[in-house]
Design a binder for this molecule. Sequence first.
Ligand code: COA
Length: 156
Amino acid sequence: MTPVIQTRKAKLQHVLQIRPAAKSEVARFFRTVVRTRMRSITELFSADRLEMADECIVAVLDGKIVGATCLVFDTGDGAELATEYVLKEYQGEGIGTRLTRAGIERLIALGKTPIHVDVASEAMDSTLDRLPRKDRRHLRLKRSYLKYGEVDLPER
Ligand SMILES: CC(C)(COP(=O)(O)OP(=O)(O)OC[C@H]1O[C@@H](n2cnc3c(N)ncnc32)[C@H](O)[C@@H]1OP(=O)(O)O)[C@@H](O)C(=O)NCCC(=O)NCCS
């Protein structure tokens, strides 16, 4: 059943789909994000970083991609959930929590554990907090935002 979410801000009903996506689709989404919303290129959306991904998952709201996360199967000592982003106007609606859960549970289902996450923001940390305990025991978190501050996106 396709989940329907009601956005907190506009109280509008939206059909939310969380699905696997080709890297080319995510590359197009990230290029559009950088071109239309960022003042400059930023590591989070770089092509090299995306190239390392083995699989990607996107959040689609009423047919439009509004978020993505990327999975790396083998970093040498486990897997990694890398690069998660949700369009600003859709943040805080629970979409990131669903993307994180879909990504983490996909890696666990494939036996790609432990799972490393470089946690670059409090919001990302909250999405990980919301995972069921059975999933969280596979996580190896590096909370870089506590040491270096929140990821600083050069948003327009
Ligand atoms: C991190 C991110 C993907 C989370 O996605 P999201 O759709 O906003 O996540 P959720 O709606 O599930 O919210 C998760 C938590 O973050 C909080 N949050 C999300 N966006 C927020 C915002 N703009 N301002 C304040 N709190 C916010 C939510 O309130 C929630 O916190 P809670 O559990 O205390 O209620 C998204 O915020 C984002 O793209 N941030 C910029 C890039 C980034 O930090 N990527 C992660 C790199 S590791």
